[in-house]
Ligand binder design. Structure first.
Ligand SMILES: NC(=O)c1ccc[n+]([C@@H]2O[C@H](COP(=O)([O-])OP(=O)(O)OC[C@H]3O[C@@H](n4cnc5c(N)ncnc54)[C@H](O)[C@@H]3O)[C@@H](O)[C@H]2O)c1
Length: 336
């Protein structure tokens, strides 16, 4: 029988996930959509031929006719919804962040451990991007020696209303933090975050610069610029003892015209990471059906939010933070 999926949240990300589960992934059926704005859910349901609508996500989670849940509602709603999924013993793919505070994320991880079964996957979809996976495979093959540095760039053309100096670490930088943990397989022990001088166009959206150090001394720098104007540009480079490995964004073609030669840059993350979202959805459905966890765990979600909080603290104090991330519980072993 195909996996009956209930989607909570029919906004930008919800629409994206809904289309993927309804049209691109086998072995599942998008069975119901819940959104606090019922009209919005209704419009999406009509396009995709989904007959069941709700305005309360909790009701959907409690429905025995739904097997698994995808959460794409605002960050502040995630905690209650994920906790209810655990209570109902239902698998859940929750958009990042897992919850808005590390204390809430920790509570989710503890509830999952108490239940004895891995049910939570966090939507850090870059772990399913072929470029990052290729970087990881090349690094782990060992040909180029040990990693020494990692450079990450995260530029967004125009800022979203909810992004400001305080929320960028928890909403945007967490993607870079998670992928750096995933690629290096190491935890961070130090963090320093600063902003540049304000841009004359958007004073509160100055680029942020992060310098993080892993437990064995790999230095990771991250630039986050959410008002970069020209496009959505995500880059990464791993510098090893005898070579470098760089992320190459997928491009169908390049263009030469008007004395310029170049490749298009996507306008947002859905264009750049389309294939990663689809791979993530397929892997999640397979994981729910087989019981073998994949992707970012609740613990990874906890660590990302905890580090995001430390980065906010560093930014405010303009000083380095010494991080004390607890050892990963055996229940979550081998997730990075
Ligand atoms: N993985 C990524 O790269 C990525 C990118 C963008 C957003 N996100 C995450 O996806 C989530 C959704 O973001 P978005 O950009 O789609 O937001 P959005 O504002 O476009 O959509 C949110 C939707 O949730 C609905 N909603 C609000 N409260 C609700 C509730 N209590 N129950 C059910 N529905 C409710 C809203 O009516 C709206 O339709 C956020 O957690 C965000 O951080 C992840």
């Amino acid at each position: 029988m195909s996996l009956r999926i209930g989607l909570i949240g029919a906004g930008a990300m919800g629409v994206h996930h809904a289309k993927i589960f309804a049209e691109e992934v086998g072995g599942c059926a998008l069975t119901a959509i819940a959104d606090a704005d019922r009209d919005r859910a209704g419009k999406l349901a009509a396009v995709l031929g989904v007959s069941r609508l709700e305005d309360d996500g909790l009701k959907l989670i409690r429905d025995p006719a739904i097997d698994a849940i995808v959460i794409a509602s605002p960050d502040a709603t995630h905690f209650d919804l994920v906790m209810e999924c655990l209570k109902q013993h239902k698998s859940v793919l929750c958009e990042k962040p897992l919850a808005v505070t590390s204390a809430q994320c920790r509570q989710i991880a503890e509830a999952e451990i108490a239940g004895g079964k891995r049910l939570v996957q966090v939507g850090f979809m870059r772990r399913f991007d072929s470029g990052y996976l290729d970087m990881k495979a090349k690094h782990e093959a060992g040909t180029f020696g040990q990693p020494l540095l990692m450079h990450c760039i995260h530029r967004v053309p125009r800022s979203l209303p909810y992004l400001n100096a305080d929320t960028i670490p928890l909403s945007s930088a967490v993607h870079e933090i998670d992928i750096a943990r995933f690629l290096t397989g190491e935890e961070f022990m130090r963090a320093l975050v600063r902003t540049s001088r304000p841009s004359r166009r958007a004073a509160d959206r100055a680029p942020q610069f992060y310098l993080l150090e892993t437990t064995t001394g790999i230095l990771v720098d991250i630039e986050i610029f959410v008002d970069a104007q020209y496009g959505y540009d995500v880059r990464a480079e791993l510098v090893l003892e005898s070579g470098t490995i760089s992320l190459v964004p997928p491009n169908a073609s390049s263009v030469r015209s008007n004395s310029l030669s170049g490749k298009a840059v996507s306008d947002d993350w859905t264009g750049r990471f389309d294939a990663a979202y689809e791979n993530q959805a397929r892997a999640w459905v397979k994981s729910v059906n087989t019981g073998i966890p994949v992707g970012a765990s609740a613990w990874d979600g906890y660590v990302a939010t905890k580090l995001g909080e430390e980065c906010v603290a560093s930014l405010k104090a303009k000083s380095e933070r010494h991080l004390a991330i607890e050892a990963m519980p055996a229940f979550y072993r081998n997730t990075i």
